[in-house]
Design a protein around this ligand. Structure first.
Ligand code: PAP
Length: 327
């Protein structure tokens, strides 16, 4: 592996052990999260986050996919990759057929700014497509201010996100020897919004405001809208990324073909996503594909917990213009 530009300097604050003073909580997965710069950062990646913040230099033609966890990251990675690379790879030979979307579009804080890196930044083909779960407020300055790079953000109805994360985290409980019931966990969640990269309201509102202030740089998407008409959003994405479909491509049904390639049904049945695993990840690829249903929360949440979460969502998002349907 070539010497990486990912870690140019050691971070002195880490060596001094200053993270020890940050508020710490156990997340429902059993792993610890630290309250760092206003968000709950998984402890195992806090050093990666600092390194990403200190060293990442955005390029003008970068696309950064930002998301709140369990809101459609895997799907959007596939869609953006397919749209941006459609002239390089015919869809029938797409790398998406043999590699998980998280491999093709690496996370900056999980895959690149880690020691040792799983992916070297120099090896990411240009124009780069990279991703992050960091809130807008915590992004490196070079993404927010110094660059014309594009940010595409996706979020989701917080009740479905909560249930999706709950299932994902339950899969980790055996590894962390921790157990908590859904009811117990939801009470804690309602009080403090403890969840990796949360609370959800700060995460969603940060990108919501940025998309309103800089609509040419930040595109804001909701999972439910994509579920309703993904072909429409594939076209929107291509325009936003500066690679609109030609009349011929539209006539030949390219947006529809991309939608089918990246569909839940297609991706989840690929061998790589049924049995594969990302290098050194504690998660199997199949864990990124569960049900992909809107409104699945109603199958799991008691009415009192659902009401509490709806109230939380209403109170926190009120007045922002950002809304989610819950019935
Ligand atoms: P991540 O943040 O860990 O990367 P992310 O991909 O954002 O996860 O979210 C996973 C959710 O997206 C799962 O939702 P569920 O638990 O409610 O089922 C997963 O099923 C769903 N998902 C994955 N791929 C697709 C896809 N191609 N189309 C629609 N939904 C998808």
């Amino acid at each position: 592996m070539a010497k990486s530009e990912n870690f140019q300097n050691q971070n002195p604050t880490l060596e001094e052990g200053l993270f020890g003073s940050l508020p710490k909580e156990k997340h429902c997965s059993g792993f610890d999260v630290l309250f760092y710069q206003g968000f709950w950062c998984p402890e195992i990646i806090v050093e990666n986050v600092v390194s990403f913040q200190q060293h990442f230099q955005a390029h003008e033609n970068d696309t950064i996919l930002a998301s709140f966890p369990k809101c459609g990251t895997t799907w959007l990675k596939a869609l953006i990759f397919a749209v941006a690379n459609r002239s390089k790879h015919p869809l029938i030979e797409s790398p998406l057929l043999s590699a998980n979307p998280h491999v093709l579009v690496p996370f900056l804080e999980f895959h690149i700014y880690r020691k040792p890196p799983l992916v070297n930044l120099q090896d990411v083909p240009s124009p780069r497509i990279l991703s992050t779960h960091l809130p807008y407020s915590a992004l490196p300055a070079s993404i927010k201010t110094n660059s014309k790079c594009k940010l595409v953000y996706i979020c989701r109805n917080p009740l479905d996100q909560f249930i999706s994360y709950w299932h994902f985290a339950s899969g980790m409980q055996s590894k962390s020897h921790y157990s908590v019931s859904l009811d117990e966990w939801s009470k804690k969640y309602c009080i403090s919004g403890i969840t990796p990269f949360g609370p959800f309201w700060d995460h969603m509102l940060g990108y919501w405001k940025a998309s309103q202030e800089k609509p040419g740089q930040v595109m804001f998407l909701k999972y439910e809208d994509l579920k309703e008409d993904d072909v429409f959003y594939v076209k929107k994405l291509s325009e936003f990324l500066g690679v609109p479909f030609s009349t011929e491509e539209e006539r030949d049904g390219m947006p529809e073909q991309i939608s089918r390639l990246c569909s839940f049904e297609n991706l989840k049945d690929l061998e790589v996503n049924k049995s594969g695993k990302i290098d050194q990840s504690p998660v199997d690829n199949k864990q990124y594909f569960r049900k992909a249903k809107v409104g699945d929360w109603s199958n799991y949440l008691s009415s009192s917990v659902a009401e509490a979460l709806k109230k939380l969502m209403h109170d926190k998002l009120e007045g922002s213009g950002l809304t989610f349907k819950t019935s």
